[in-house]
Design a binder for this molecule. Structure first.
Ligand SMILES: NC(=O)c1ccc[n+]([C@@H]2O[C@H](COP(=O)([O-])OP(=O)(O)OC[C@H]3O[C@@H](n4cnc5c(N)ncnc54)[C@H](OP(=O)(O)O)[C@@H]3O)[C@@H](O)[C@H]2O)c1
Length: 311
């Protein structure tokens, strides 16, 4: 693949071209040299503003029960994936921790190669230190790579300040936010000391956040998407979308792989949820094909501002 490090810029240019079929305008120097995080498609990582490298594709664990969650985490680790997303609200931090510990032992993976994200919930913001201690205990993997605030709520600034303190103590490594948009970020950022390393929001071809994504990336914050395949109950429609299927056929890959690759080319980290080891392997296999500017623009044109969850 050519010029992989410029893919984020090229993808942005493709999106800016606005409609399918039109050639993308040339990439302007300021786009290439912008502060937006750039993915390393060779290492399959992105350097966070916290100084830690994070894998750009992994596994989401929302709605996975204990045994399924352990099996999915182990399938991911066995297949070379290293990024796992959980949350207090998913009630499976213990299972993620168990999967990580067993995977490290069975596949000989050093802890430093694995990146675990968890989130504290607004109901926990009034005692964030208890929430962080509980997450550390449930996961039981030493430090936590990244903690996010699940969504805005009363006491979120204070909760983030507790996260800053835990990061200074080395108990957690990087900080981030989830379900924060332009207005929320504009209000939040002046009140905290440590710039968030990542924002995780709902993004899929029918809900693309074409204004929010560049706003966040230009601040040097990595964007990550939840519901990349639309979320349970919506995946069939997205995976059978005619445009996506046609692109998938052209590259001899699946619709899911096209959507995940589209995210990566926009500079968005993917954490598709799955309980199926075959899907987990497929979702990591995103590096032997590249979407053209025209294909990126065709998917951009599918945006219909259709959110599949409320926050
Ligand atoms: N921050 C937040 O507020 C928030 C909210 C929601 C979710 N999240 C995070 O984002 C992650 C992703 O969201 P999600 O899991 O809810 O939805 P999703 O990734 O959009 O979709 C998951 C569904 O896609 C299916 N799937 C996965 N890979 C597939 C493939 N290659 N081919 C066909 N079907 C495939 C899964 O079925 P199988 O199990 O059969 O593979 C599952 O039914 C969550 O797991 C969670 O970690 C965060």
């Amino acid at each position: 693949m050519k010029s992989k490090k410029k893919l984020a810029g090229l993808a942005l240019a493709a999106l800016l071209s606005g409609c399918a079929g039109e050639p993308a305008p040339p990439v302007q120097p300021e786009t290439v040299e912008s502060t937006a995080p750039v993915f390393d498609f060779e290492a399959k990582t992105v350097m966070l503003n916290s100084g830690y490298a994070m894998p750009i594709m992994g596994l989401g664990t929302y709605s996975l029960g204990h045994d399924t969650c352990v099996n999915s985490v182990m399938a991911l680790l066995e297949s070379g994936g290293r990024l796992i997303d959980t949350a207090y609200m998913y009630h499976n931090e213990e299972a993620v921790g168990e999967g990580v510990r067993r995977g490290m032992e069975e596949y000989g993976i050093p802890r430093e190669e694995i990146f675990v994200i968890t989130k504290i919930y607004p109901s926990q913001y009034d005692d964030p230190e208890a929430a962080l201690d509980m997450a550390l205990e449930k996961l039981d993997i030493g430090y936590i790579d990244m903690v996010l605030l699940h969504h805005p709520g009363k006491g979120d600034v204070q909760a983030y300040q507790a996260m800053e303190k835990y990061a200074a103590q080395g108990k957690i490594r990087s900080l981030g936010l989830s379900n924060w948009y332009i207005e929320e970020l504009t209000e939040f950022l002046p009140q905290v000391t440590v710039m968030p390393a990542l924002v995780q929001n709902e993004i899929h071809p029918y809900y693309q956040e074409q204004d929010v994504v560049p706003f966040i990336q230009e601040k040097g914050i990595v964007m990550q998407c939840w519901y990349p395949l639309g979320g349970r109950g919506h995946t069939a429609e997205l995976l059978n979308d005619e445009t996506i299927r046609a692109i998938a056929e052209a590259h001899d890959v699946s619709s899911a792989q096209v959507i995940l690759r589209w995210d990566l080319q926009r500079g968005i980290v993917v954490i598709p949820g799955s309980s199926n080891p075959d899907h987990i392997r497929e979702n990591l296999d995103l590096f032997d094909f590249e979407l053209t500017a025209e294909e990126m623009a065709a998917i951009a044109a599918l945006d219909r501002n259709e959110k599949h969850d409320w926050y």
